[in-house]
Design a protein around this ligand. Sequence first.
Ligand code: PGA
Length: 252
Amino acid sequence: MKPLIIANWKMNPQTLVEAKKLFNLVKRGTRDVDNVGVVICPPFVYLSNIQHLKSNIQVGAQNCFWEEKGAFTGEISAPMLKNLGAEYVIIGHSDRRKYFDESDEMINKKLKAALKAGLKPILCVGETEKERKNNKTNQVIRRQLVRNLRGIENWKLKIENLAIAYEPVWAIGTGNPCRVEDASRAFVFIQNVLAKIYNSKITARVRIIYGGSVNSQNAAGYIKKAKMHGLLVGGASLDPKEFVKIIKSCEV
Ligand code: PGA
């Protein structure tokens, strides 16, 4: 599987001019990269403009609502994103679970809506610091996967559109990345849980990636040693030089 490096810009940058500049710098820096896929997930409001700056970089959103249309003030539906040219959508990021009280059930509905609309969802799972200290990592990952994927067991045709991001909450935005060995262990555990929900043949088609304090120094380890299928990069994706370095370090 060709590694996929995904930028999660979160609620940054503050102007469209900066957003376009950042995108163009990454585009320029990755012109000669062809064995690593690159996805940028800007805030909703920049999606359309960035989508029009044609490049090899694919575009994704950071969230979507589960209904297709109607009286849901302030929400954005999966078909709307698809229609705009978005290819990917991050679902269940820990920022959303934490600040917007997104439950596993809500995430499950969003995931179904995204798959139905033909988007490629990136489902985020991972334990908090406290859960990790209490040796609950596997339990939390299993619970989130089972609940978030409930009812999609038979959607085998679309399942290769799904990516699972192992994002330990304690590693996000802290500068304290997960050790490559631990990420590798989580990778195998996620594969085993998926194999129980689906089967190993289908599971082999699901991309499993890592996110949490990824930088140009540690990125290659996750891809080349832990054999992860990609990375979800937050803070470091806002620095075009650093993000391009991350992408290049993952070339195989
Ligand atoms: P970080 O964020 O790279 O800044 O730790 C990752 C994420 O939130 O997806």
